[in-house]
Design a protein around this ligand. Structure first.
Ligand SMILES: C[S@@+](CC[C@H](N)C(=O)[O-])C[C@H]1O[C@@H](n2cnc3c(N)ncnc32)[C@H](O)[C@@H]1O
Length: 407
């Protein structure tokens, strides 16, 4: 977890970390500010501070992004369609670096249509204590596609700052000024959305009403999820946060039953069931690293304004010990059962363990068991497309590792 923006040596760097739930929950709630600075200053733009105008240009859809400085930022809508044009699959209002846009439009097959389930598999409704939530409308099997959607907004998690922060500002004032600058940039992206998307965006939950975040930034910090394939490598890497209309309605669980994957060719998130789900069950998504101990998870969840009451949080002693041993143990069929009992199928390590077991059985020439894990892997579509057709005996026997480790 990066909390760089909050530590004072970095607070004056030219980035405002605005966070996204699943991967970067860096939201600086007043309590965290207090821990970092001892004093919490009045939220809001510091007195006398004038937010600089946003200098970034709107992207010309006819310009090849490869011809621009790769670090340059641009407002753009993707897939490229006229801003006032309706598209049943929606388009996303983006603030991107030129290199990121070049990567997206250069993806083979981009922009391919969204893959939708044959009929709706979820519905949104109020919950007794968590605001709205998403619920399954039918029984779902592990690997079932629940929905595909293009985000309303995609923007960098670290919203860089314009020059001109007064030297005499305290760290807390710097942070407030950076929030104001971030809001000004996001306002441009928001203004570029269709009215129906603006309506959907502002209807989303906002747990940052009192820390100085503007309304657009507050919604992004409450709902944004990591669009991992867009992350620009580097030191530090530059991740992007995506705010969606539907996936944003999923509440958190430390034993979630769904996982979302950002599919570059369709430029859309695909939400999958990570285990079998009964009709009417709440669909949940992890806002934090589920392998961390319960106390750490609760700390990370604080900025969202709730305490998690899932099974693993209510009885953390047993669950913490199991999660720690799962992380350390080497893959075995018994370990896979333990993963499933903890409800951690969305963890990348669970996927890696399944692949290791499949390969071990391929090496041993054990087709029956290799197929067990190949079938499991092929259902884990939330790790990407390539695993989709592994469960094929001919393919397994054609694998270069087939029977290479027979004792
Ligand atoms: C991304 S939104 C989820 C949808 C939200 N419940 C709504 O009404 O739109 C995140 C917010 O939902 C609430 N929330 C999410 N998971 C929760 C949980 N496990 N328990 C209580 N509240 C939760 C918190 O208010 C959090 O800030």
């Amino acid at each position: 977890m990066k909390r760089g923006f909050l530590n004072s040596s970095k607070a004056r760097s030219k980035m405002a970390s605005v966070g996204s739930p699943a991967i970067n929950p860096m939201a600086p709630a007043p309590e965290i500010l207090k821990a970092a600075y001892g004093v919490v200053e009045r939220p809001g733009v510091p007195e006398g501070y004038k937010t600089p105008t946003v200098k970034i240009k709107e992207g010309d859809p006819n310009i090849d992004p490869r011809t621009l400085p790769q670090e340059a930022y641009m407002f753009t809508s993707l897939p490229n369609i006229p801003l006032d044009e309706y598209d049943p699959d929606n388009w996303t209002s983006c603030l991107l670096q030129a290199a990121t846009k070049a990567q997206i439009v250069g993806t083979p097959g981009f922009p391919c249509p969204l893959l939708h389930p044959p009929k709706p598999r979820y519905h949104i409704k109020p919950t007794p204590s968590k605001g709205s939530g998403a619920f399954s409308s039918c029984a779902l099997k592990m690997g079932d596609l629940i929905l595909s959607e293009r985000a309303l907004l995609i923007a960098p998690v670290h919203l860089f700052a314009e020059d001109g922060l007064p030297e005499n500002f305290t760290d807390a004032q710097v942070q407030q000024a950076l929030f104001a600058q971030a809001e000004a940039k996001l306002q441009v992206a928001y203004d570029r959305m269709l009215p129906e998307n603006q309506k959907a965006y502002t209807a989303l939950a906002n747990s940052h009403l009192k820390d100085g975040s503007g309304p657009i930034l507050g919604v992004m910090r409450t709902n944004g999820i990591d669009a991992a394939p867009l992350t620009r490598p580097g030191n530090p890497p530059m991740p992007y946060s995506a705010t969606c209309k539907e996936i944003s309605r999923l509440n958190h669980s430390c034993s979630p039953n769904t996982a979302a994957e950002f599919d570059m060719p369709s430029f859309a998130f695909r939400l999958f069931a990570t285990r079998d789900i009964a009709a009417g069950e709440e669909l949940t998504y992890p806002y934090t690293d589920t392998s961390a101990p319960a106390a750490v998870r609760q700390k990370i969840l604080e900025p969202y304004g709730f305490r998690c009451t899932c099974r693993a949080c209510l009885d953390p002693r047993l669950s913490d010990a199991r999660r720690a041993s799962i992380r350390r143990a080497s893959p075995s069929p018994a370990l896979m059962s333990m993963w499933a009992e903890e409800g951690l199928q969305s963890s990348p390590l669970y996927g890696q363990h399944a692949v290791t077991l499949m390969e071990r059985y391929i090496g041993a020439g054990d087709l029956e068991n290799a197929m067990v894990y190949a079938r499991m892997c092929s259902k884990m579509k939330w790790f990407g497309r390539e695993a989709e057709d592994w469960a094929n005996p001919a393919k397994i026997k054609a694998d270069p590792k087939w029977r290479k480790d027979v004792k």
